[in-house]
Design a protein around this ligand. Structure first.
Ligand code: ADP
Length: 430
């Protein structure tokens, strides 16, 4: 964190300084060259009137600015800084002065290799008087400004070492000192409120989960212990012993199923599951689920209508088996006697599509949004005869999420329930 704050401050400062350098250098270049231009023009006009009133150029005691007198053919008649100069007829300011009486040019001097501003005026005798002065270029100004910025940057880096440490401590300390069980107890800064709210929610959910688990396990255990007690006390009639033993067997079976579901959902919560992706034949997955549910199908005399079709897709096989098993099992469990279950497997370009429809008891529109909640069982009293933990559809939903798929449910109370599943054929680990 310290390093991050340090790098952020330095990066922002460097960028700001760079921007400042460019702006200030541009501004100074404009300001200084404007001064030079005015100065040179003023000087040229003054010299022109001196020369035209009879002064000899050689008698004017100026070494700066540079003064050049050029004939109308470009021959250099006089230059106060250089001798033996070539013909100047091609210089733009001379050309302009010959044509219009005045001319100017801003360029690097061929003679002295410096950025110069030239101003030329045609004299009454046809000669051209040119005055020139060195003017600062953008790069020439940027150099020194840049040096100053480096000094400032070094100073900021030094200050930053302390600021970063202080800021990092100020951010991290309240997080390290957070009491995870009672996050509200600590003093926090506003940005931590979402984290604390999440922790509170998580704690609430954990408490609720534990309470639900205890309740769900207590019910079959109470039955088991009740029947066992009657048998142990010798109160049970000989002919009832078999019935009670059967009830104990069923309840313990129910208990094992619930414990398995609780273990599954806990593992999914903690991401403690093996996410090995394989290419599976969905037809085989569905067929094997139907076979496993054979006894339930037989007991309720359910007709399962499924047309085999070979469709392949990538999935986490044992999670997909769980999804299909839970949904087909529900379609049988919550079906009416002699009802029907329709299973349709199909595909589009990128997805595997599965539809599981039953002609069972259905779910009311008000209950529908809650069916994926943990331990939620529609109309508990109605359902006590049907074994279940209320965790099946939460496991399904979680599994669908692991496959980046979607699940939708449509139901009409007392008529039908249909689940629509969609899974991408290519499953990429995220
Ligand atoms: P359970 O273990 O109780 O079956 P689920 O999480 O699988 O738990 O389902 C939650 C509730 O949704 C069930 O208790 C049941 O009331 C309702 N439900 C699920 N599937 C169906 C279905 N096919 N038809 C009618 N109700 C269903």
């Amino acid at each position: 964190m310290k390093k991050r704050i340090f790098i952020t401050i330095i990066s922002i400062t460097s960028l700001a300084l760079l921007f400042f350098n460019i702006c200030i250098s541009g501004f100074l270049t404009y300001l200084l060259s404007d001064n030079v231009k005015n100065e040179v023009r003023r000087e040229t006009i003054e010299l022109k009137s001196m020369l035209e009133t009879g002064y000899n150029i050689k008698d004017i005691p100026l070494t700066n600015p540079r003064i050049t007198l050029v004939s109308s053919t470009g021959q250099v008649l006089f230059d106060n800084q250089h001798s033996d100069l070539e013909n100047h007829i091609n210089r733009p300011e001379i050309q302009a002065a010959l044509e219009n009486g005045a001319g100017e040019s801003l360029r690097e001097s061929d003679t002295i290799n410096q950025n110069m501003y030239y101003y030329a005026l045609r004299l009454d005798d046809g000669n051209i008087l040119r005055v020139a002065m060195v003017t600062s270029s953008f790069i020439g100004i940027l150099g020194p400004v840049f040096l100053i910025s480096i000094v400032i940057l070094l100073f900021i880096i030094f200050i930053c070492l302390f600021v970063a440490r202080y800021q990092a401590n100020a951010i991290v300390k309240p997080i390290n000192e957070l009491n995870l069980a009672h996050p509200n107890a600590e003093k926090i800064y506003p940005e931590l409120v979402p984290l604390v709210n999440n922790l509170n929610l998580h704690n609430e959910m954990r408490k609720e989960f534990s309470a639900n688990v205890s309740h769900e396990l207590k019910t079959p255990l109470t039955s088991i212990s009740g029947y066992a007690e009657i048998m142990a006390n010798g109160i049970a009639k000989e002919e009832d012993i078999r019935i009670f033993a059967n009830k104990i067997y069923n309840e313990s079976h129910n208990l094992i199923n619930k414990i398995n579901d609780i273990i599954k959902i806990s593992k999914l919560d903690e991401n403690k599951i093996d996410l090995e992706i394989e290419t599976a034949n969905y037809d085989q997955l569905i067929t094997s689920c139907i076979e496993k549910l054979d006894k339930f199908i037989f007991d309720k005399n359910i007709k399962v209508i499924y047309h085999h079709v070979n469709i392949y897709g990538q999935c986490i096989v044992y999670v997909m088996e769980d999804i299909l098993y839970n949904l087909i099992q529900n379609a049988i469990k919550y079906n009416k006697k002699n009802g029907t279950v329709f299973i349709t497997l199909s595909e589009d370009k990128n997805n595997v599509l599965i539809k599981i429809k039953d002609t069972g008891i259905g779910i009311s529109k008000t209950e529908l949004p809650r069916i994926y909640e943990r331990f939620y069982r529609v109309d508990k009293s109605h359902n006590t005869a049907i074994e279940g933990s209320g965790l099946g559809l939460s496991i399904v939903k979680h599994g669908v999420g692991l496959h980046h798929g979607s699940i939708e449910c449509d139901s009409d109370l007392g008529i039908q329930t249909t689940f629509y599943l969609k899974f991408p054929k290519q499953l990429i680990k995220r």
